[in-house]
Design a protein around this ligand. Sequence first.
Ligand SMILES: [Zn+2]
Length: 419
Amino acid sequence: MERADILVIHAAELLTLDEGPDGPLRGADLGRLGIVPDGAVAIRDGRIQAVGPTEAILHRFQGRVRISAAGRTVCPGFVDPHTHLVYPAMRQDEFRMRIEGMSYVDIAKAGGGIRSSVRRLRQASKEDLLHRARPHLRRALEHGTTTVEIKTGYGLETASELKTLEAIEELRWEGPCDVVATFLGAHEVPDEYQGRKREFIDLVIHEMIPQAAETGIARFCDVFCEAHVFTVEESREILFAARNAGFRLKIHAEEFEPIGGARMAAELGAVSADHLVAIDDEGIAAMRDAGTVAVLLPGTSFFLGMHRFAPARKLVEAGVPVAIATDFNPGSAMSESMQMTITLACLGLRLTPAEAIAAATRNAAYALEAGDRVGRLREGMQADLLVLDIPDHEVLPYHFGVNHVQTVVKKGRIVHQAG
Ligand SMILES: [Zn+2]
């Protein structure tokens, strides 16, 4: 008998996500969950030793700890590839104003929106930011997220952007969630540069990007490409400089208007293009050709009451790899829950439950270039998995707004247990 640290056994459905060709799942493969009935996983030294039917696993392994998943579903830990989780203060007043009829643009003009977060972040200490971020990260973990990307972008000046990066780095050290940092110095034009956007872009390119690169904290650089923020040409310039400084690339594109940001990012070799509510056929074709992952954020469309969602079916049918994320942030998506995001991906994006789960695990891992490490239950990969208190995967989006997570295993350790 071989020795295992943990055996998870008798899962009614074990979702391995380990079917189909290599890389992210595309097209008709997106719904392939690789289901093993009465499934089991053997874990040792933080890694998955074996996956298969319970009988076969129990025949081969002796486990120090046994977790019975009888009547439950086991799946890879969720990967949330797009958040703004380090922020200075909640904006619940803006939520009320929107309900009372003010638009997001009106609120921004009245001093709210991203620029209000910027004013507050600059005054906050790194400790203030950590104090606020830790409970969100904990809640994300309790809801099944075991890998999370976090962006800067509420500093918009060199020192505040670096402070945010350091806070993200500290969260990574604290664990247990895997944290991936993204530098988003070009998230908005700050107040003091209104009417002088060119000077701000020069600051991003010549000061922020080199200094952020020097810290070695962020893997990715992102830019907010939208007609009223940074144009396609300006975004290209920023991403080009970031690429030369060693960053991998991401972009906020086509959230409101189809100006061509996704196509430009795909041509630059970006790992993902995110939002894409207004993407056109040319953008879709360019992303397919380049293999750029589409990170769709249905929670944002929902929370802003937009009644308009990204054309996910078109993206899937074109063969673009589709992932989903919370976009967790205090203005337009105040929820850490990937389970809620999966429900909204079904209702808003018209992904099937199986497709939405694949988009939240395997494909989301590829949006962070971590698909060889997490997002699947496969021998040799990191042992990040969830025991969900549901009899099959279709219940996950269907029974919505509640937490189905029973147990979270991260790198082979039980890090959360409900009740
Ligand atoms: Zn965002």
